[in-house]
Design a protein around this ligand. Structure first.
Ligand code: NAD
Length: 372
């Protein structure tokens, strides 16, 4: 479509312009007279139709490069409801027993695993064996060993492995990263990451060590771990960590309520972070350099993210995180796009190595060196 014709199309409006177009050109416009995306579309099946899976599905309705085409669930009533809501054909619906058969389904490109943490590894390996790209929610797995198994399985099957790090595409976050990379904050010396909320229902899987793999660090503290890395722009070389537990009934053995942890980075920068299931409204990143600062508050919630730097308020527009993430995942998988901050298995493995080290530091009350 040449730009002159698009110009006349817009100028004339839908009623006059459509007859001017040949049949071949018609699909380029929708009924609002906008140019329709014609590039590759990532066809995604969501596994785990729980609260976050529902959020992702809703957000995907605004995607142009990614489309929800399939579902995997153990609950037949959810399958029926999602089928009618998202127009999903019967042949693209699976349960946890039969989803290996997805390998024979040419209409699904990727499976997005949005189940409790402990299930990610085996489900990802099965998806990879079925020859489909794997998108896993965070934490990618329960520990670094499991994470490595997932990476190896995806490499072997020649499929991509991406992790739902939605903040890596958030506009204000990316602006802080740009400023830091451009030297506008000077030499980075300190990061603070506060991530926490007061968790409710004591029977939920997030408080079950077998399903969650731990406590707050696995779920919310991982934002401060990952955030420290993308805000400072380095990987830590040591960590120290201390645990505080005020409720031993709700937070059983192996399920952390609150952990404070500190990082040292190769440049000499340091970080101080807090992960908690026992404190409300903790959602703040603060980055300090010798020429300036950046503060994101809130920093990792669903948004809008708010922030300021020494130069003033950050004004980048809010877009639903999960929509942007899925658009970008499509470009990464189908077009080989390189994200500004990585979202692959190797990136997630670093966070898992840090989590292992945090738990080891708490247990042994010692500084743990990191080799990422
Ligand atoms: P949820 O409990 O709302 O949903 C989990 C889903 O998994 C449910 O549909 C449940 O039926 C299904 N499931 C399958 N097997 C199960 C089993 N053996 N036990 C329990 N449930 C089982 O949880 P959620 O909040 O949607 O979290 C799912 C994953 O998404 C977690 O890994 C979590 O860390 C991640 N998550 C990420 C974000 C983010 O912003 N990136 C936000 C929330 C959750």
């Amino acid at each position: 479509m040449d730009s002159r014709r698009i110009f006349f199309q817009k100028l004339a409006g839908p009623f006059i312009a459509i007859p001017l177009l040949s049949r071949k050109e018609l699909p380029l416009f929708n009924d609002k007279n906008k140019v329709v995306y014609q590039g590759p579309v990532l066809r995604v099946a969501i596994m785990g139709l729980g609260s976050y899976g529902t959020r992702v599905a809703e957000a995907m309705q605004s995607c142009t490069k990614a489309k929800l085409v399939g579902i995997i669930s153990g609950t037949p009533s959810k399958i029926t409801a999602w089928q009618s809501k998202y127009n999903i054909p019967e042949k693209n619906c699976y349960n946890y027993e039969n989803f290996d058969a997805i390998k024979d389904n040419p209409d699904i490109d990727a499976v997005y695993i949005i189940t409790p943490n402990a299930l990610h590894k085996n489900q990802a390996i099965r998806v990879a064996k079925a020859g489909k790209h794997v998108i896993s929610e965070k934490p990618m797995a329960l520990n670094a060993h499991e994470g490595q198994e997932m990476i190896d399985a995806c490499k072997k099957a020649n499929v991509k492995l991406l992790v739902g790090y939605r903040m890596h595409f958030e506009a204000k976050t990316l602006e802080v990263i740009r400023m830091r990379q451009a030297g506008e904050l000077g030499k980075i010396v300190f990061f603070q990451g506060l991530c926490g909320f007061k968790i409710g229902d004591p029977t939920q899987w997030r408080l079950n060590k077998q399903l969650a793999g731990g406590g707050s660090i696995m779920d919310i503290g991982i934002y401060a771990i990952n955030g420290a890395r993308y805000m400072v722009g380095e990987d830590p070389v040591w960590v120290t960590a201390q645990e505080t537990k005020t409720d031993t009934i709700k937070f059983k053995e192996g399920v952390d309520e609150t952990i404070q942890f500190q990082f040292g980075f190769p440049s000499g920068a340091i970080a101080s972070c807090l992960s908690s299931y026992g404190m409300n409204g903790l959602d703040r990143f603060y980055l300090n350099g010798n020429k300036g600062f950046a503060e994101l508050l809130p920093s990792t919630g669903y948004g809008p993210i708010k922030g300021k730097t020494n130069k003033g308020e950050l004004t980048q527009a809010h877009v639903t995180h999960q929509t942007v993430q899925m658009e970008e995942f499509s470009a990464i998988i189908l077009e080989g796009k390189k994200p500004i901050v990585p979202v692959d298995g190797e990136e997630a493995l670093k966070d898992l190595k840090i989590i292992d080290a945090i738990y080891a530091s708490v247990k042994n009350n010692k500084k743990v060196n990191l080799y990422l």
